[in-house]
Design a protein around this ligand. Structure first.
Ligand code: A3P
Length: 293
């Protein structure tokens, strides 16, 4: 289907957004959470797809094995705030799910999460990734995603990232906002992409104990194997190729899956500038990221 021209960014209650994530705002904000919902939150490009696939396998690979081969991941784990004309909205998709738990993807900053999730005490998993790899991944994603604003060239993109002029706003505010919230809520598990890469088995155990799941050794092995980057990349139901707004001729969705790819993009100058700005914006937090392993 023919997509309209790329959307533009605008300020939405202090956060840069596009209409595709704000047009359905009233329905998003009045969304009714169910007690067993699992909310998977991240700033874009932090590994949301990876963790959503892990969750889907943990909950459904034994009870609904067909779902793995026939339903694209973005339909199994709907994106709460998305609403692109011609496609079902995330809210409608979520409301039509009869299986449980519902696994719900969102990129909303903490202050925008619909109230109902807090009232229902929903389990929330936040995934964060270091800023440098995030901005590189986001750049390539915006190049190939026709529903995102024009990315422009790399150096102007990097500048805009530092200024928080990205869809879903400032990375610095997003990761810190959820990190602070986690301190007062035992229902938030904060995962780091770098930790997942370093030791998937360990992080899978943390995830299962948070969710009070006790998967068999077989299932754990299966989840680890199937969610490997190399396997997901070739899995048509999990690699984004079923998503019509993505143009794989420009860049694959499953691109590198590494920690440290930023080194292939940042010049020495850009790195210095970025670090200087980073220290200022992250001065007051005890949240730390690794940019190399
Ligand atoms: P790169 O562009 O650096 O490769 P999101 O799903 O939040 O949009 O994040 C996408 C990023 O996660 C991409 O990063 C993608 O390759 C990476 N990713 C997805 N699945 C992965 C996996 N199984 N292992 C490691 N990285 C993965």
């Amino acid at each position: 289907m023919e997509l309209p021209p790329r959307p533009t960014l605008f300020d939405f209650h202090g956060v840069a957004m596009t209409k595709y994530f704000t047009d359905n705002w009233v329905n998003i904000q009045s969304f009714k959470a169910r007690p067993d919902d699992i909310v998977l939150v991240s700033y874009p490009k932090a590994g949301n797809t990876w963790v959503s696939y892990i969750l889907d396998l943990l909950y459904f690979s034994r009870t609904s094995p067909d779902r793995q081969n026939s339903v694209p991941l973005h339909e199994r784990v709907p994106f709460l705030e998305i609403s692109i004309p011609g496609f079902p909205s995330g809210v409608d998709e979520l409301n039509s799910i009869n299986s449980f738990p519902r696994i719900i993807k969102t990129h909303l900053p903490v202050q925008f999460l619909p109230q109902s999730f807090w009232e229902q005490n929903s389990k929330i998993i936040y995934v964060a990734r270091n800023a440098k790899d995030t901005v590189v991944s986001y750049f390539h994603f915006d190049r190939m995603n026709k529903a995102q604003p024009e990315p422009g060239d790399w150096s102007s993109y990097l500048q805009r990232f530092m200024e928080g002029k990205m869809v879903f706003g400032s990375w610095h505010d997003h990761v810190q906002g959820w990190w602070e919230k986690r301190k007062s809520s035992s229902n938030i598990l904060y995962l780091l992409y770098e930790d997942l890469i370093e030791d998937t088995e360990r992080e899978l155990s943390r995830l299962c104990s948070f969710l009070e799941l006790a998967p068999s050794t077989d299932l754990k092995k299966e989840v680890e194997e199937k969610s490997l980057f190399s396997n997901m990349k070739h899995n048509k139901m999990a690699n984004g190729s079923a998503d019509e707004v993505l143009d794989f001729k420009i860049s694959p969705f499953m691109r590198k899956g590494k920690v440290g790819d930023w080194k292939n993009h940042f010049t020495v100058n850009q790195d210095e500038q970025f670090n200087e700005d980073y220290v200022k914006k992250m001065r007051s937090t005890d949240l730390h990221f690794r940019t190399v392993l």
